[in-house]
Design a protein around this ligand. Structure first.
Ligand SMILES: Cc1cc2nc3c(=O)[nH]c(=O)nc-3n(C[C@H](O)[C@H](O)[C@H](O)COP(=O)(O)OP(=O)(O)OC[C@H]3O[C@@H](n4cnc5c(N)ncnc54)[C@H](O)[C@@H]3O)c2cc1C
Length: 480
């Protein structure tokens, strides 16, 4: 009988690594998490990137999926200092005419900003799904399985499988609702004429109408990682930082090893243990477009032209469906858009811990070709000026992170891909390979628990949760 130092080791302390660690320690196992960086959290971290006293989120900022995650929402994370702030509106999508569609928890108030027949069309589409989110979430945020609520899931899937463009054009008559839906679907980082892109738009629209909606942690995204880590450690888990794993054989003996990493790193670290067929399938895994990220220290709030933008934690800039679709297609094809879809977050408007009194932070990124080296700073700031004239005068300092900077800071962000692989239909529920148990690597004791597994990118911990479920079942004969 082999002598193991740990029951399980998790490589990487992103939200999914921490989630897996929590599930395994909760089951009574001894678990070590090793992290390459000096700070834990992967895509859920905060730092003073610009000036003293300004707390920025270099990566994730807005956390509807953490709030709505069946796994994370059930954890006692408030006990470890996690408090979500919900701004009066989840999202604003401004237009050149100085108006905006504003998504609030109340669908009635939201559709007043959509206008015309589309307000009612929006209500009919989204309200029934939002009301059933608690039943829908475990079906959507999971690997392929026979749904417990086949009728409800089928109703969602028939819509979700469509392209965002096809969905928006067939359900909405006017440009406002079509544009707002395009912005939601553009989080997919895939072209909006691809099948499955509507699903991203639907999930984000639904979560905007739930209590807490598109909230974010008081004090910064790091608070999520810190609360998960504190909970994990309270259960007996250990975390070792500053430890980059280069070869899986160098780890202490453990019955299970879970990679909170993407396929390319797994090939580097554990390739010698993998069967040739699986290796070649991992080599074919497709990474997506990159992100170009900016953070600003601001002397005052962003001076939005449209009413309602000052109520929202997130603002989507890109104008019409055609413009957004064009910019997303360009990023996918390897071209630069001069008017990209820009996602802006303005947490300091609602969280006074983010900046010195009277000052503010700004967070934004746009999608660019995988591995792009083009500086998008001016292009992003031009898009903000378009909807908020005078924005540049508010800037005290900025931090710039190119796709390759993102990868240098976290090796999972390959070529600036922030979702652990492209979210195309063939890689949503079948990532990293087609398998009924996508978390199991066909080598003794090896598993993958990162966003390169279902249900994919975002801070929700569901990949880690399902991977831990597989480990407990396959290695320890336990039912979850
Ligand atoms: C710019 C940006 C904006 C985003 N915005 C949002 C948002 O607003 N909302 C949202 O929900 N999601 C957002 N995301 C996505 C979200 O952050 C990720 O989907 C999520 O963090 C994935 O979690 P993970 O645990 O799978 O991996 P990660 O969070 O990437 O964590 C992986 C960890 O593994 C470590 N690691 C890598 N290689 C090694 C190694 N060899 N040895 C040891 N450790 C290693 C890394 O340092 C990292 O800590 C954003 C991401 C980025 C980059």
């Amino acid at each position: 009988m082999k002598n193991y130092k740990y029951d399980a080791i998790v490589i990487g302390s992103g939200p999914n690594g921490l989630a897996a660690g929590i599930c395994l320690t909760r089951a009574g196992l001894s678990v070590l998490i090793v992290e390459a960086n000096a700070t834990i959290g992967g895509g859920a971290r905060s730092a003073e990137l610009t000036l003293p006293g300004f707390v920025h989120d270099p990566y994730s900022a807005i956390h509807p999926l953490a709030i709505c995650s069946p796994f994370m929402s059930a954890l006692p994370l408030e006990k470890y200092g996690l408090e979500f702030i919900q701004p009066p509106a989840s999202l604003a999508h401004p237009f050149d005419d100085g108006t905006a569609v504003v998504l609030k928890e109340s669908i009635r108030e939201t559709i007043e900003t959509v206008g015309g027949a589309d307000g009612e069309n929006y209500r009919k589409l989204i309200a029934p799904l939002a009301e059933r989110w608690d039943a829908l979430a475990p079906e959507i945020l999971a690997p392929l399985h026979f749904p417990r609520n086949p009728f409800l899931f089928g109703k969602f899937a028939l819509k979700a499988l469509r392209s965002a463009r096809g969905f928006a054009e067939s359900h909405f008559e006017g440009s406002r609702a079509r544009a707002a839906f395009a912005g939601l679907a553009a989080h997919s980082m895939i072209p909006l004429d691809r099948a499955g892109s509507a699903g991203y738009g639907l999930v984000l629209a639904i979560t905007a109408h739930r209590a807490a909606g598109w909230g974010f942690p008081r004090g910064g995204a790091q608070k999520i990682a810190d609360a998960l880590a504190a909970h994990f450690q309270s259960l007996g888990g250990e975390i070792q930082i500053n430890t980059r794993v280069e070869n899986v054989d160098e780890l202490p003996p453990a019955k299970a090893i879970l990679f909170d990493l993407t396929p390319r790193q797994i090939l580097q670290i554990a390739g010698h243990q993998l069967p040739a067929g699986y290796k070649s399938r991992l080599e074919k895994f497709r990474y997506g477009a990159g992100a170009f990220k900016l953070d600003w220290a601001l002397r005052e709030p962003i001076p939005w032209r449209a009413t309602g933008c000052d109520l929202a934690g997130t603002v989507h800039l890109g104008g019409t469906l055609d413009e957004i679709a064009d910019s997303e297609s360009k990023a996918w094809r390897g071209e630069i858009s001069k008017t990209p879809f820009v996602l802006v977050a303005q947490q300091s408007l609602f969280d006074d811990t983010r900046a010195p009194a009277g000052k503010h932070t700004g967070w934004a990124y746009c999608h660019v070709p995988h591995g792009s080296t083009v500086d998008m700073t001016q292009i992003i700031e031009n898009q903000i000026e378009r909807f908020a004239p005078g924005f540049r005068n508010c800037i005290l300092e900025r931090s710039v992170l190119s796709p390759l900077d993102l990868q240098r800071r976290n090796q999972n962000n390959i070529g600036g891909d922030i979702n652990g692989g492209a979210g195309i239909l063939s890689q949503i529920y079948t990532r990293p390979v087609v398998s009924l148990n996508p978390y199991k690597i066909p080598a003794k004791g090896l598993y993958i628990c990162s966003s390169s597994t279902p249900p994919g990118g975002g801070v929700h911990g569901m990949c880690g949760f399902h991977a831990a479920e597989a480990v407990l079942r396959d290695e320890f004969g336990r039912k979850f």
